[in-house]
Design a protein around this ligand. Structure first.
Ligand SMILES: [Zn+2]
Length: 345
């Protein structure tokens, strides 16, 4: 019988080795087969909330060694057809929410960026086309090649972000889109980020999160392909230990481009460490949030329905239906405003 390469770890954020609260995760994990022997003998990953700080993470989880080997061999992504024209079209509107968030919250003098896990390089290329100096790192061989050769991003290194990185240039912003949920050694990556970021620089991070719509859909991110599911608080717990100060965050649905519930967070590298415990979450509340799901919300937010719903709602001009669930008090005045707005035009 083959044995999985999973290991029990202390909380990756607060190092708690005591209690962990079990979280329920959906069956039918599509990613798990891609990992071959790493998850041998199990059909889904196990997720917990840390009993001390509430951090939602996979535990036991693939060993660092097994996973680094896996990423280094470029086995995470299925084979991709690197058709330039098709990918250009596919990524035309991608990262719009990130870049809009950056342009609203990062001062305009910031014009250099390092992308942690840049993938094909489209986010970097978009910033470069707006006049930014663009560098980054990507472990996957095919994606690295595409970013450098097809998109001409010559300052993208191939590898895994860590404190071993040798920066080719210092930047005023580090950008990370859907990478931190895959990171096993978070402190190692943060040390790497501090090596490429100028003091006073910004760190932008986008991650898929369970903490968004309280439906079955939010649990899809608790899968074998991820190590953690951050909230603005748990991410700030990590960043506060590394000298980053909170600037702003928002939660965002992007069902139009890619079916995700994202947390977007911006922090500033000031070198001042704040108290990580001030970002701890109540573990029991976290457990209830994940485990108690409203079936009605699961229908409204189901991926298939949500995309159709967004298209339909844009046409019907009722994009705020979801507010009924989130904030009923905000919903009615908004609809009234919209109706008045339409009448007056
Ligand atoms: Zn913890």
């Amino acid at each position: 019988m083959s044995t999985s390469q999973l290991e029990q770890v202390p909380c990756p954020l607060c190092a708690n080795e005591g209690e962990f609260l079990a979280l329920t995760v959906p069956d039918g994990d599509e990613n798990i087969a891609n990992y071959g022997s790493i998850y041998a003998g199990v059909t889904k990953s196990r997720w917990v909330a840390c009993g001390k700080c509430g951090f939602v993470h996979q535990n036991p989880r693939p060993s660092l060694q097994a996973l680094n080997e896996f990423y280094a061999q470029s086995r995470y992504h299925s084979a991709l057809n690197y058709n330039r024209r098709r990918l250009d079209a596919q990524f035309k509107t991608a990262y719009a929410a990130d870049l809009d968030f950056v342009s609203r919250h990062v001062p305009s003098h910031v014009k250099s960026v390092f992308d942690v896990g840049c993938g094909l390089g489209y986010a970097l290329a978009k910033l470069r086309d707006r006049g930014w100096a663009a560098a980054g790192i990507e472990p996957d061989e095919g994606r690295h090649k595409y970013a450098t050769e097809q998109l001409g991003l010559t300052a993208v290194q191939r590898g895994i972000m860590s404190r071993q990185i040798v920066p080719t240039m210092q930047v005023d912003m580090v950008y990370s889109h859907h990478a931190f949920e895959h990171v096993a050694d978070l402190d190692d990556v943060m040390d790497g980020i501090k090596k490429v970021l100028n003091p006073g620089g910004y760190f932008f991070c986008a991650v898929p999160t369970y903490y968004r719509n309280r439906s079955n859909m939010s649990k899809l991110y608790l899968n074998s392909g991820h190590y953690s599911s951050f909230t603005h608080k748990s991410l700030m717990q990590l960043l506060s230990r590394h000298g980053f100060e909170y600037v702003v965050h928002e939660y965002f649905n992007d069902y139009g481009n890619d079916v995700t519930d994202d947390l977007l967070l911006l922090a500033k590298f000031t070198g001042k460490n704040s108290d990580p415990a001030s970002y701890y979450e109540d573990p029991r509340a976290v457990q209830r949030y994940v485990n108690v799901v409203n079936p009605l919300r699961s229908i409204v937010f189901s991926p298939v329905y949500a995309v159709a719903y967004q298209r339909l709602s844009r046409r019907l001009m009722v994009p705020h239906l979801q507010l009924i669930f989130r904030d009923p008090g905000e919903f009615l005045p908004l609809v009234v405003d919209r109706l008045r707005g339409r009448r007056s035009t």
